[in-house]
Design a protein around this ligand. Structure first.
Ligand code: CA
Length: 449
């Protein structure tokens, strides 16, 4: 195309310059009698040479050179653009490769973290087991009364002998009699055991538990209580005679609650159902025997209806819990800016006896429960292999990060509660009602209140 442009431009310029000079057409017959047309132009200088034509040619050549340079530059730009595109493509390919590599590294590191958490938990068990083992009175050689060096050497040798003689059974927590008696710190959580799967969509999440300290003769610690929490007007409380009936699916009774339930934070304790009334910070005590509301009280300043829920949402602002020490509320307030608050409640009056503010934000954890006066939080409600990642001790007012492996088998865990009579965690994981066996580490001299 550029060659055509040049040719047209050149012809136009040449014709225009010829028109400026004087010329004449003549015609004559050639030797064969045919007509010939002759066009002549006189030289302006009148000499024999044609400098004007030569100058014109030079000017044309100069213009052609300029146009060629222009074309060359344009073609060069096009090539440069192509090179730029190729460069971008190569950079994109490189970045994509690096991203894939980072993804692989992340997956590998996640597996390593899980393995380290598992080993850390196991090691913690062994360390605590050794720490609790009473020192054996040694019957070996008494240290010499000689030099300091000889005493140190003997003591070191005896220590080595004692370590060597520790029975293997003392290193195995399963055989250590200090576990599963009295109160203590949580050290392990077993795999979930499924007891029932909800029959309909209203059972995607909910509450189920047994009363650790039943009262009266109508219900016992074997009675299973269940609330399906999907819906706007939750009032049905299902009662099952025992775990077998619960697993078969037929409740012995359905109680209609006087006020609707909010979310999955309810609990059963000493013959009463405690729950949060829908869209309020009101705690209700419902007597299971008389089937009546016997008390209600606002939890002061408590956030509610989605202001400070757990990470899975679901209006889980106020979570009620029971442990060896009584009734608790786990929640947050505007003043605490989303940090978890713990309040000890009077089970009769529902008044707050004492409160603690922790340093962990409520919306960063999946759920929480109380155990021996300590708050424990679950890291994720969807990750199949997560951890109990934080513990706050109300006795010392100190919290710390921990890493106790915890399994969300069905990947949507909406409720986790502790039953201190059974020493189990109850959970509602994506239509499935499951329990976890747990292991506590009893500290010498500690008593259960
Ligand atoms: Ca809970």
């Amino acid at each position: 195309m550029w060659v055509q442009v040049l040719f047209v431009c050149g012809c136009t310029l040449f014709s225009w310059n010829l028109a400026e000079n004087q010329g004449a057409f003549t015609q004559r017959h050639d030797d064969k009698g045919q007509c010939q047309y002759i066009f002549t132009v006189s030289s302006p200088e009148g000499s024999g040479s044609c400098p004007g034509v030569l100058m014109e040619r030079d000017r044309l050549l100069s213009r052609l050179t300029l146009l060629e340079a222009l074309v060359s530059r344009l073609v060069g730009d096009t090539n440069g653009q192509s090179n730029g595109e190729r460069g971008l493509q190569e950079a994109y390919t490189q970045v994509t490769g690096e991203r894939d590599q980072l993804q692989q590294d992340k997956e590998r590191l996640t597996k390593q973290i899980q393995e380290l958490q598992r080993r850390l938990s196991k090691t913690s068990l062994e360390v605590e087991s050794l720490r609790l083992k009473p020192c054996q009175p040694h019957t070996g050689h008494r240290p010499n009364t000689g030099s300091v060096n000889s005493v140190s050497t003997n003591a070191y040798q005896e220590m080595r002998a004692e370590v060597t003689e520790v029975p293997a059974s003392h290193l195995l927590p399963e055989r250590n009699q200090t576990f599963n008696k009295g109160c203590g710190e949580l050290v392990t959580v077993g795999e979930p055991i499924s007891h029932k799967k909800a029959e309909s969509i209203t059972g995607k999440y909910g509450v189920w538990l047994q009363d650790p300290e039943p009262q009266g003769t109508l219900y016992s610690n074997k009675t299973v209580w269940r609330i399906d929490a999907v819906g706007k007007d939750i009032r049905q409380l299902f009662a099952y005679e025992d775990m077998n009936q619960f697993s078969r699916g037929f409740p012995m009774k359905v109680l209609m609650l006087p006020e609707p339930v909010e979310s999955t934070g309810a609990t059963v304790y000493r013959g009463s159902l405690y729950y949060q009334r829908r869209q309020s910070r009101t705690i209700i005590r419902y007597d299971l025997t008389s089937e009546s509301l016997v008390n209600q009280q606002d939890l002061p300043n408590a956030s509610f209806h989605g202001q400070h829920p757990y990470s899975w949402g679901g209006r889980t602002d106020i979570d009620l819990a029971v442990d060896e020490q009584g009734l608790w509320a786990i929640y947050s307030t505007h003043e605490a800016k989303g940090a978890i608050m713990i309040s000890k409640l009077d089970p009769e009056s529902l008044e707050v006896r004492q409160s603690w503010e922790t340093s962990i934000r409520k919306n960063t954890v999946a759920n929480a429960f109380m155990m021996c006066g300590r708050l424990y939080t679950v890291g994720s409600y969807t990750a199949p292999n997560t951890t109990i990642n934080y513990m706050f001790d109300t006795a010392t007012n100190v919290g710390k990060a921990i890493a106790i492996p915890f399994i969300n088998k069905y990947r949507y865990n909406s409720m986790v509660d502790y039953n201190h009579a059974l020493r189990k965690l109850f959970a509602w994981d994506n239509f499935n009602m499951v329990t976890y066996d747990i292991r506590l580490l009893e500290r010498s001299g500690q008593t259960t209140s």
